[in-house]
Design a protein around this ligand. Structure first.
Ligand SMILES: C[N+](C)(C)CCCC[C@H](N)C(=O)O
Ligand SMILES: O=C(O)CCC(=O)C(=O)O
Ligand SMILES: [Fe+2]
Length: 416
């Protein structure tokens, strides 16, 4: 398809290298409004058209439309952009909103624009391709493999090993690659202490301190006003849905368990959301639009907290409909009073559809956490739960800041 486009006949027009002033460009357009202009001899990989409100550029089989204001605003010249700090110095508000270049020229690798005040902007064509809407819009922000229990098991994502993980970037990269693809990743052979668990997490990110502390270590002692601190089963959920920004990553290390039960349940929330989207897009839309409140109210003598977070169950990027965060916690969901009765009714149906997918036994991955095995869970994607248990069970861990995990991944060359 792309190759066929390149061979179209208007690609061989205008063989000489010319610069066409804006006034003439406009009259060219009226005469030949569908004509692509080349400013280098054939075979140039690039052609352009100056339309009334945008510059259309054809390069490498891609047709891109650049707003004139955008082209002026993104100028990378030394006076407009500080390449040492990677920050814009140009004052966007000082640009005439109806600006157009006086002159446009393209060579094999660059686009040159001369603006009415004489300022010249030079763009590398490859940069334009990479940064255009047309070059970006189909790509997911982050590649990921949606899974159910059997596909995750078949994928055979290898755990990282403590010694190598702590010293070798390649091992960290493998771990983060798994984390980005599946939303869960493991490090094994970690000494069964809070200190070693902390060291493992610091290889990946900064710790996000919350009202539960920095590193926490808890058992079923009702020390806090939450079901997590009991021996009861916990249905699948994401944590801290009651924060304005729920914690990005959850780390668990079971330091000790003398008893039965207590397995951990993991479910890929993005896979469940995708199933809802495939089967009933209108229910998916409701879950991504209706704001829902979650709340944490704790009134103990030494812990008083009241947290509130409001947002849809499915948080979706508006430009590509990609789900980036799921908030699902039926324990902590607060009174619904933000929408009217008809919306409430539709929301409960949509919630039921998502819950059915989340509860589909095929989607349930059960693991028994043992001393030495640290799990990192993407709390914006993968839900966790636990089986009821007997005996003494001690779990330690922490939350991590999502930005810092992604930052580490990018520094190792991963797309995140
Ligand atoms: C992990 N840690 C035991 C510290 C806290 C548990 C928080 C439990 C809360 N209901 C929530 O889901 O956010
Ligand atoms: O006890 C467990 O395995 C997990 C409890 C839980 O959901 C939590 O601490 O967030
Ligand atoms: Fe939890």
């Amino acid at each position: 398809m792309l190759l066929r486009r390149i061979r179209l006949p208007w690609f061989s027009v205008l063989k000489a290298q010319v610069t066409i002033p804006a006034r003439l460009q406009r009259s060219c357009e009226t005469l030949n409004s569908n004509r692509w202009l080349h400013t280098t001899p054939h075979p140039s990989p690039c052609a352009w058209k100056a339309r009334d409100d945008c510059l259309e550029l054809k390069h490498g089989g891609l047709v891109m439309q650049f707003d004139y204001m955008w082209l002026r605003d993104h100028c990378r010249s030394a006076s407009c952009y500080n390449s040492k700090t990677n920050q814009r110095s140009l004052d966007t508000a000082s640009i005439d909103l109806s600006i157009r270049p006086d002159q446009t020229r393209v060579d094999n690798e660059n686009l040159f624009l001369t603006w009415p005040d004489g300022h010249i902007t030079q763009y590398k064509l490859d940069w334009l391709v990479q940064n255009s809407y047309e070059g970006q819009k189909h790509s997911a922000m982050q590649p990921r493999n949606l899974w159910n229990a059997s596909s995750y098991t078949r994928a055979d994502a290898r755990s990282a090993r403590w010694e190598k993980f702590m010293s070798c970037d390649q091992e960290l990269k493998l771990f983060l690659n798994n984390f980005l693809l599946y939303g869960i990743a493991f490090v094994e052979d970690v000494p069964a202490t809070v200190e070693a668990t902390e060291l493992v997490t610091q290889r990946v990110s900064l710790i996000r301190e919350t009202m539960y502390g920095r590193m926490w270590s808890f058992t079923s002692d009702y020390s806090r006003g939450d079901t997590a601190y009991t021996k009861l089963a916990l249905d699948r959920h994401t944590d801290t849905a009651y924060f304005q920004e729920p914690c990005g990553i959850q780390v668990f290390h079971c330091l000790r368990h003398e008893g039965t039960g207590g397995r951990t349940l993991l479910v890929d929330g993005f896979h469940a959301a995708d199933q809802v989207l495939q089967k009933s897009p209108e229910l998916f839309a409701i879950l991504s639009q209706v704001p829902i409140k979650h709340e944490y109210i704790e009134n103990l003598s030494d812990h008083c907290n009241h947290m509130i977070g409001i947002g849809p169950v499915l948080n979706v990027y508006p430009w590509n409909n990609e789900v980036y965060m799921i908030r699902y916690n039926n324990y902590d969901r607060a009174v619904i009073n933000t929408v009217s009765q008809d919306v409430v009714q539709r929301w409960y149906r949509a919630h039921r559809a998502l819950t059915s997918e989340l509860r589909n036994p095929e989607n349930e991955l059960w693991v028994k956490l043992k001393p030495g095995k640290v799990i990192f869970i993407d709390n914006w994607r993968v839900l966790h739960g636990r089986e009821s248990f007997t005996g003494l069970r001690q779990l330690c861990g922490c939350y991590l800041t999502r930005d810092d995990v992604l930052n580490t991944a990018r520094s190792l060359g991963l797309k995140a």
